[in-house]
Ligand binder design. Structure first.
Ligand SMILES: C[S@@+](CC[C@H](N)C(=O)[O-])C[C@H]1O[C@@H](n2cnc3c(N)ncnc32)[C@H](O)[C@@H]1O
Length: 250
């Protein structure tokens, strides 16, 4: 799993303080319909979780990264919230109260690469859900021509409250496997225009053919599997680059 160092975590928190409104509204509506506790694994800095808690949804979160959880707690404190958080890997997830809904938004699930890990994670989510519970998970769709993204640097920066600047640059390189996008991330902290810290991480993201992901959900024990358009209740179609899968436990 990627390390999420100090600069990477801070950049994420500053760059993405809130969830995109269309995605948030979608998950909030389905969380309310779930009729029981909601759990968000891979919750990161909590941009979905904290919004849900603020709106009175009974939600908890977990993440494998202690730094991300620390950032989530810090953001919660600023909003006067005390979220129920635990440090857990998705593939070993356990929940004290069986959730009526587990959701993994924004393509985080793509960070799981190996087949065995993906299968273990889907099975774990199935097992922790309450009977009849629902799983919502976003997956990037495997698109032709991903190799062409290779070799181009991109980037942006955010300014910290103390006037220093955090610069994030990335370089995508074709991994040789069409379903895996590999990118090198570089984070640099500039004070008065001078570099005072730098950090690198390598990120790999897996994309799926929709039918393959549906089959994996079925093998993990799910039924009533639907491939939805982000962030609607309509079926996904050819124009969608990502898909929100909805699946139920019997
Ligand atoms: C890019 S962040 C996104 C967080 C959140 N879903 C959002 O949209 O803001 C991905 C998160 O997944 C977590 N993560 C990666 N692999 C994981 C795993 N195997 N189990 C649990 N968390 C994991 C990372 O620590 C990180 O906080």
């Amino acid at each position: 799993m990627p390390l999420y160092g100090a600069l990477s975590t801070e950049f994420y928190a500053l760059d993405k303080p809130e969830a995109p409104p269309d995605a948030f509204d979608f998950y909030e509506a389905l969380a309310r319909e779930a009729g029981g506790p909601v759990h968000e694994p891979m919750c990161g800095t909590g941009r979905y979780l904290l919004g849900l808690l603020e709106r009175g949804v009974d939600a908890s979160g977990s993440d494998a990264s202690p730094r991300m959880l620390e950032a989530c707690r810090a953001a919660a404190k600023l909003r006067d919230l005390t979220p129920e958080l635990s440090q857990q890997s998705l593939e070993a997830l356990s929940c004290a109260r069986p959730p009526a809904l587990v959701f993994i938004p924004s393509g985080s699930f793509g960070l799981l690469i190996d087949d065995a890990l993906v299968k273990a994670a889907l099975r774990r989510v199935h097992d922790v859900l309450a009977p009849g519970g629902r799983f919502l998970v976003e997956a990037e769709k495997l698109l032709p021509g991903q190799a062409e993204l290779s070799g181009v640097w991109g980037g942006r920066w955010v300014d910290r409250a103390d006037g220093s600047r955090l610069v994030f640059s990335w370089l995508v390189q074709y991994s040789g496997a069409p379903d895996i996008t590999t990118s090198l991330h570089r984070y640099e902290l500039l004070e008065g225009g001078k570099l005072v810290a730098a950090e690198f991480e390598e990120l790999r993201v897996r994309s799926y053919r929709p039918e393959d992901f549906g089959n994996m959900l079925e093998s993990a024990g799910f039924h009533d599997i639907q491939a939805l358009k982000p962030y609607e209740r309509a079926p996904a179609d050819e124009s969608d680059d990502a898909i929100v899968f909805s699946a139920r436990k019997a």
